[in-house]
Ligand binder design. Sequence first.
Ligand code: GLN
Length: 552
Amino acid sequence: MAYKHTKYIFVTGGVTSSLGKGLTAAALGALLEARGLNVTIVKMDPYINVDPGTMNPFQHGEVFVTDDGAETDLDLGHYERFVSITTTRRNNFTAGQVYEAVINKERRGEYLGGTVQVIPHITNEIKERALAASEGRDVAIIEVGGTVGDIESLPFMEAARQLRFDVGHENAIFVHLTLVPYIAAAGELKTKPTQHSVKSLLEIGIQPDIIVCRTDRPLSNEIKRKISLFCNVPPKRVITAEDQASIYALPIALHDEGLDDQVVEALSIWCRAPNLTPWEEVVQNTARPNDEVEVVIAGKYVDLVESYKSLNEALKHGGLKNRCRVKIEYLDSELLESGDAQARAALERADAILVPGGFGQRGIEGKIEAVRFAREHRTPFFGICLGMQCAVIEYARHVLGLEDAASEEFDKDSKNLVIHLMEAQKVVINKGGTMRLGAYEARLTAGSWVHQAYGERVISERHRHRYEFNNAYREQLYEKGMRATGVNPELDLVEVVEVADHPWFVGVQFHPEYKSRPLKPHPLFAGFIGAALAYRKSRTGQAAPAGGALQA
Ligand code: GLN
């Protein structure tokens, strides 16, 4: 069953959720890749949803879309940002998928005569999926979602326990992430929660090999010895994971604590010391920027940064490329509808305005207002997916004079549906996984701003939408200065619009943020932040504003 040469690292979490298991797995992946190993990372999610695509972003955070069109956990975004892999639908599976597969097999009669049970049928399905996703890699890091002690994560823990037995202890280890809280009243770091969570792991037959302790201050040797004593792990394998100012400092911080040394030793992997120069540069760039810009994001999900995880990171990457700190301000677009003075002031202050992807009508008019402000004030503007659709509506209304211009998503009765439902979507009834998802090509207009940014005529980006630019309006918009400069060749679907008479005004139907990495910032985000910087300098009298976006 096992693939002979792959080494497995299971990452489990204890004490509480939100300790950064995904980031820890990703940072460990970065360290092992920097040692020359071929690494993949897999996330097993214990919830019953088939995928997170049907969950509210408030509940779950961002839905991360893979090239092959899977709607997955946002941790996959961390994996792609820290390790040079391109994940696929195999890198994330849920209890829902596992049960669905087992029940379908049962209905087909594949277990005929047998009683279908959690052990071995569900656990076998989990193991098969984990192994298939790891195939051909030197190392597979497998993150087990949830916290030790959760009822729903038990089958996954059990599958991991069995898998270690199947592949041999020398080929699989457990890294357990816990919390070591500082209790101010006692003036002490407390190890008891860690002890308890390791006991819970032991109850289900799992002895962790390495314990990573999330903490707000370094663990003393005494604390490490204490954890070692109670948890049967040598002190050198008790690792401090102190809070970092930037997530990109994590690989180096964990390396300094010896995490990757301990992992390769425990797995008997012979490899070179890691080359961490690229990560050191990222950390230095982040800590010592030359400039700062403020980007206002006008959206609906303003309470949770998690809802726009990849977008946040991509903006930071754009900052790295320009040696500039990016201050992000979330603006509830509904406030713009009610004429809120502070919201208006935020737009006036902004060095750049971004309208992100989204669904549903709430806040739409405010988003359109944000586009209008950016267009009229020549503030750099970036519209992503729904943001691009808002840009088209705004232009049609206020430049073409089509006052009722709208998207079919919000106003089916409008006579000017400049954004309408895609043909292929008209027959779709089910909600899960039915949008236009994943990577599609766009052909870019020679000389357009996006062509210059990418340096290529044909690009591939990831999508997640049901509605599209209505080609019936393409010519009118072109005549008045909004140009379709990226088009999908198969569907003639508009992927990019630019406004000619504006320093930087770009709308894209796809989600470029999914493909941006700290070591390889996305060209559109680099360009957007570059334009923000130029705009800021022009306002403070430091330099002239950037020229027209469209050369052709
Ligand atoms: N709601 C829009 C659509 O379905 C935009 C989707 C998005 O922004 N991801 O087309």
